[in-house]
Structure formats: C-alpha cells, structure tokens
Design a protein around this ligand. Structure first.
Ligand code: ATP
Length: 357
C-alpha cells in the first residue's frame, strides 16, 4: 500500500505571470489542502496550465509566493519539488516496457532492486495493468498508456500529483472509466491531486473543490455543489451549465433572502444574494412546468416555444411575455400529455432553488 502520510499542502499567494507584457495570471491566491482533489477549471487560455506549471516548478511566477507544507518553495527547482506529473500526451519511453517505464523514477532515485520490483508490481495491479507489464507502449490502447503514465507518476509516492487534461485524448466511454479510476487512485493513495480540465462535468464529478479561472483570474474556489448552486458571479454561473437569468426591477436582499419584480410578478429567493445583484438565477432542472399558476413558490407566465426530446429528459424552451427565454429540463416521465408549442404555461420553482446574481 502506498503511504498516505506523504500528501502535502500547497499555498499560493498573489501569483502572477506575465509573458512579455501579456498577463496570463493575475493575483491568484489559494490553498490546496493535504490530500485534496483540486480541479483548475476554465475556458481555453484562462491560465490553468500556466498555474499548474508554476506549481510544478517548470515555470517561475512573475509575482507571488508558493509554499509547500508552510515552507517557501517559490524558487525550489522542479526536480527538488519532485511532484508527479501526467499530461494529455502520455510521454512514455517507447523503447521500454510498461514495467521499465514505471520503474524509471525509482531507478533515478536509486532505490534498491528489491524495492523497485515490489513497488512496480504493486502499482501495476493498482492501475489495472496486470498482465501487460512486459508490453511496450506501442502495444497498448490509449487508456492503457494513460494508466502507465499515472503509475509512473504515482510509483514514488509524490507529495503532489499534477494532471493536465490527462483524458482529453480518450473517447467518451473510456474517459468515464478513467475518471472512476482516478477517484479510486486518489482515495487509495491519499495524495494531493491538482487536476486541469476545461470539462465542467469532469470537474464536478471528480473534485473535492474546484478553482474556476477566467482570463488569468481566480473567479471562485469552492466545492462542486457550491460553485454550481451558488456561483460567485455570472461568468461562473454560465460556465458551469445552463442557467435562467431573470432581470429584476427593485431588487433587494438581506440576510433573510432577496427578491424583486419580474414582468409585474414578485419573485423571491430564500438565500441572500450578492450585494447589488439585479437578476434572479435558476438552473433549468429546478424549474417545473405548470398548466395553471402554481399556488406556492415563484411562478412566471410564458408560452411554450419548443420541446427537444433527449431520452430520459426533455428540454423545453419557453418565452415570457416580455421576451425572456427560459429553459426547463424535465424528466420525460413527468411531462404532461399533449404539450404543443404555442401553449400558455407557467414555469414555477421553490424559493430555495433560485439565487440573486
Ligand atoms: P488551454 O485549456 O487552452 O490549455 P489554459 O487555461 O491552460 O488553456 P494557458 O495555457 O495557461 O491556458 O495560457 C494562458 C494564456 O497565456 C494564453 O493566452 C496563452 O497564449 C498564454 N501563454 C501561455 N504560455 C505562454 C508562453 N510561453 N508565451 C507567451 N504566452 C503564453
């Protein structure tokens, strides 16, 4: 069993990176907890890889400070940090077998032959490569090659494992399978994982917390449910999935919640919103369709514009009297019979499901 005690905590304070006048990162401050699975999520060019490279030591920050278990590591070279790394391109040695690839970091560290043998055997089983140890990378599938890369990064029990879009070259099914493997490996090794992706559902499924980047700035750092259900701003809300945004007049909020008026209808949210927020935001799956005005909760009158059958779910496009488009995502099994575009309907939702944005 790989030791659990080696996981490290990383601190980043005011990290900035300029590339010849171009600001790739600005003032990023965060802590990666010991044994955490932290995902860096953001659109292309938002600075995720740059931040990961700064954590690894392969890039130096222009400003700011890094710590490892509280000790300054801002200028510690990459080889002394000795973090495990896995990239999209597996970067395996083609002339070595699976076992030789995995043994490589242990040999560099001059571990005894007996230890190398024992650890390689252990990790080969752990990543599900039993029986493939004597093959060369060219004889393996993409998923198997990525398992070799993971094994090689984990075999010497690094305090931190850095992963940059490791599954983006894999097809969807294999990707799902590898995500499950990652969760298991994280649990079993207890190592601190920092994972880069631009795939929202991958981030939500895997992470203990998600750091959301836009244009080099950290927008929010919180647990998956919190970033999805209580996004810090409109960018985060929209980046994580579809969201209905209802502009309010006379919006106000206090500790007991908030609300305002939308097309003559008073709407409320149970939680206090951001100061100065002027919209009520609701995810499509939390809105329900009603043929008459529901007696409780928030409700908005609209016309059914279109329906898209998606199998287990059906997506409904509604348009309010004032022209605001709403999306509802409903279990197909709950749809009323005889729904037709053009019908007058109501979209309703409980006060606990909306928030001011
Ligand atoms: P992707 O998902 O596309 O990999 P990312 O969020 O990882 O994007 P980065 O690779 O960190 O983004 O890049 C952030 C910005 O910094 C981009 O605009 C990129 O062009 C720029 N950048 C990165 N490395 C360099 C470099 N060596 N020289 C100049 N600009 C760079």
């Amino acid at each position: 069993m790989l030791a659990r005690s080696k996981a490290a905590e990383i601190g980043a304070t005011g990290i900035g990176k300029d590339f010849g006048g171009f600001v790739a990162l600005a003032d990023v401050t965060l802590t990666v907890g010991r044994g955490e699975f932290l995902t860096l999520l953001g659109p292309s060019g938002s600075g995720k890889t740059t931040f990961l490279m700064i954590l690894s030591g392969f890039e130096a920050p222009t400003t700011g400070r890094l710590t490892l278990d509280g000790r300054d590591m801002t200028r510690t070279p990459a080889e002394e940090r000795a973090f495990g790394m896995v990239f999209q391109s597996y970067a395996l040695f083609p002339h070595m077998t699976v076992e030789e690839n995995i043994a490589f970091p242990l040999k560099v560290q001059k571990r005894s032959a007996a230890e190398v043998k024992r650890r390689v055997a252990e990790i080969v089983e752990m990543v599900g490569l039993g029986g493939h140890g004597h093959k060369r990378p060219s004889g393996l599938s993409g998923g198997q090659q990525q398992r070799v890369a993971l094994a090689r990064a984990l075999v010497y029990e690094p305090p931190v494992l850095l992963l940059d879009e490791p599954f983006s070259a894999l097809d969807k099914n294999l990707r799902g399978q590898m995500q499950e493997e990652m969760r298991r490996l994280h649990r079993e090794t207890g190592t601190t994982f920092v994972f880069v992706t631009h795939d929202q559902s991958e981030a939500l499924a895997l992470s203990t917390r998600i750091a959301i980047f836009e244009k080099g700035r950290l927008q929010q750092l919180a647990a998956p449910r919190e970033v999805y259900e209580r996004p810090a701003n409109r960018f985060v809300a929209e980046f994580l999935g579809e969201i209905n945004i209802l502009p309010l007049t006379g919006a106000s909020s206090d500790a007991g919640g908030g609300g305002g008026v939308f097309e003559g209808q008073a709407l409320r949210a149970a939680s206090a919103g951001h100061p100065g927020a002027t919209n009520l935001a609701v995810r499509p799956e939390y809105m329900r369709l009603h043929m008459t005005r529901p007696e409780t909760g928030n409700a908005v009158a609209a016309r059914l514009d279109h329906l898209t059958y998606l199998g287990a779910e059906t997506r409904l496009g509604l348009r309010t009297q004032g022209g605001t488009e709403l999306t509802l995502l409903l279990p197909t099994a709950e749809l009323p019979a005889g729904l037709e575009p053009g019908m007058s309907v109501w979209a309703g939702w409980p006060e606990t499901r909306g928030f001011l944005l």
